[in-house]
Ligand binder design. Structure first.
Ligand code: COA
Length: 159
């Protein structure tokens, strides 16, 4: 059975985090270890989901993650996350990771992007019906369509 807290349609705020890459975060190439990047992204996806719906979530799937450019030790990394699509009791969050040199005044560079499916589960482990997501801009609509297709593919691969 499903918990039903009568959700109101709502926007998804963009959630931003900032961190620095320490030597303990790196691999043998001296660049940030992919597993550490994934952990940050998973956390960012969770924060986006919680700030949107204010209920507990678990990560269901993180199949579509692309490492675009390496992140170097000593760099600042920022995550920008937002809910892109809401199904019934699950949603898809988009997470972008940016890198920048703390000593240069340059725009941050996109280093990694991923799409994460999270499911809302109460403390009683029952699924929770989520609020409808308000899509306000063309970018919101484009992201929602990409996320919807990603979720369908993820469901098709369901073990
Ligand atoms: C995620 C989990 C609760 C799903 O359990 P389940 O029995 O498949 O539950 P349901 O069938 O009710 O699915 C729950 C929601 O997830 C969605 N879902 C399940 N598997 C999915 C997949 N592979 N891809 C995309 N969505 C999926 C379902 O469509 C449903 O959402 P909807 O109501 O919006 O359609 C369960 O697999 C689990 O607990 N996994 C471990 C989670 C975890 O430990 N994560 C890491 C730490 S947070």
């Amino acid at each position: 059975m499903t918990s039903t807290p009568s959700p109101k349609p709502s926007r998804s705020p963009q959630v931003e985090t900032t961190d620095i890459v320490f030597p303990s975060d790196t691999n043998t190439h001296g660049t940030m270890f992919g597993g550490k990047v994934l952990a940050l992204m998973d956390k960012a996806a969770f924060l986006a989901a919680v700030e949107f719906a204010h209920v507990p979530f678990v990560t269901v799937s993180m199949d579509h993650v692309r490492f675009i450019t390496p992140i170097m030790v000593g760099e600042i990394i920022e995550t920008h996350s937002r809910v892109a699509y809401v199904a019934r009791t699950s949603l898809v969050a988009r997470v972008d990771v940016f890198r920048r040199d703390p000593y240069e005044e340059k725009e941050p560079e996109l280093a990694c992007r991923g799409w994460f499916v999270l499911a809302a589960r109460g403390k009683d482990k029952r699924p929770i019906i989520l609020p409808e997501l308000l899509l306000e801009t063309d970018k919101d609509i484009e992201d929602a369509e990409f996320a919807r297709r990603f979720r369908e593919r993820s469901l098709a691969w369901r073990a």
